[in-house]
Design a protein around this ligand. Structure first.
Ligand code: ADP
Length: 263
């Protein structure tokens, strides 16, 4: 039996009057690859925030890699909390794509090294071993040839590869990805999803991937969590879970479904 590494019980998170998650309970086992889908505002990103130790729980509790977070403490306290900082060292985070100014003076190699500072501490300079780790990651995500290029000169797909390598540079146990295929064309999307699956397997990670398109979870995720207004509408293996009826219920009756995805 694989260990449960993320256990959320009756988690409620709100931002002032907006309730982002309502009484949500999910268990995720070591090594699972989980897709988190649902319409805009359903609470997908907020789940990642809770796993990362930065969520403001108003009810319930979340245990992540043995670190317990419960209601009653303010988010700001969590951030200052030493235990939460040590949790975040175990978690790699790939944020939603943002465009980088082409003039930003940072090379691809240095951008990946930024991910290493969580382990190094800001007062230590990277040593030869650290540069070797970065070199191997650039190979893994197949951008060694771009190592000296300015990060801002890369295509969207290449920037996503850098973001994945940077998250891996801190040697995480859990990987969180927030809409990693947004803004990518169809081919780049498939390539990035393949890469995410490959690093998930090779690094023995537990992976949570947020996507606005449930189709992204087919062939890639062990289970999908489909959210609707902060609650779990359906959970399970994508092919069994994302029926046309379920997708119409969550995304609206006018949704035209096609093999579990939709257009
Ligand atoms: P999703 O990722 O599914 O689009 P989010 O988790 O980002 O959803 O947001 C869930 C709800 O919480 C939404 O109603 C959103 O407006 C609200 N919300 C998210 N972040 C904040 C914030 N920093 N301040 C106020 N409200 C927020």
């Amino acid at each position: 039996m694989r260990d449960v590494v993320i256990n959320m019980q009756n988690v409620t998170v709100s931002y002032r009057e907006d309730v982002a998650l309502q009484n949500l309970s999910i268990e995720i086992k070591n090594g699972e690859m989980i897709g988190i889908a649902g319409p805009n505002g359903a609470g997908k990103t907020t789940i990642l925030t809770v796993v990362n130790g930065l969520g403001r729980l108003v009810r319930g509790q979340a245990k992540v890699l043995g670190h317990l977070m419960s209601a009653g403490k303010k988010g700001r306290d969590f951030r200052l909390c030493y235990k939460t900082a040590s949790l975040r060292k175990l978690i790699g985070y790939v944020p939603q794509g943002c465009s980088v100014d082409p003039g930003t003076p940072i090379s691809v190699r240095d951008a990946v090294m930024l991910g290493r500072y969580g382990r190094l501490g800001f007062w230590r300079r990277p040593g030869r071993d650290d540069w070797q780790v970065v070199g191997k990651l650039l190979e893994m995500v197949e951008i060694s040839h771009l190592a000296e290029r300015p990060f801002g000169h890369l295509s969207g797909g290449e920037q996503q590869r850098v973001a994945i390598a940077r998250a891996l540079a801190q040697e995480p146990r859990i990987m969180l990805l927030d809409e990693p295929t947004t803004y990518l064309d169809w081919r780049s999307r498939q390539e990035i999803l393949q890469l995410i699956k490959q690093v998930h397997r090779e690094k023995g990670l537990t992976t949570l991937m947020v996507t606005h398109d449930p189709k992204d979870t087919f062939n890639f995720c062990d289970r999908v969590v489909l959210l609707q207004q902060g609650r779990v509408a359906a959970i399970g293996p994508p092919a069994k879970t994302l029926s046309d009826a379920v997708l119409r219920k969550v995304y609206g009756e006018s949704t035209i479904c096609c093999q579990g995805g939709f257009y």
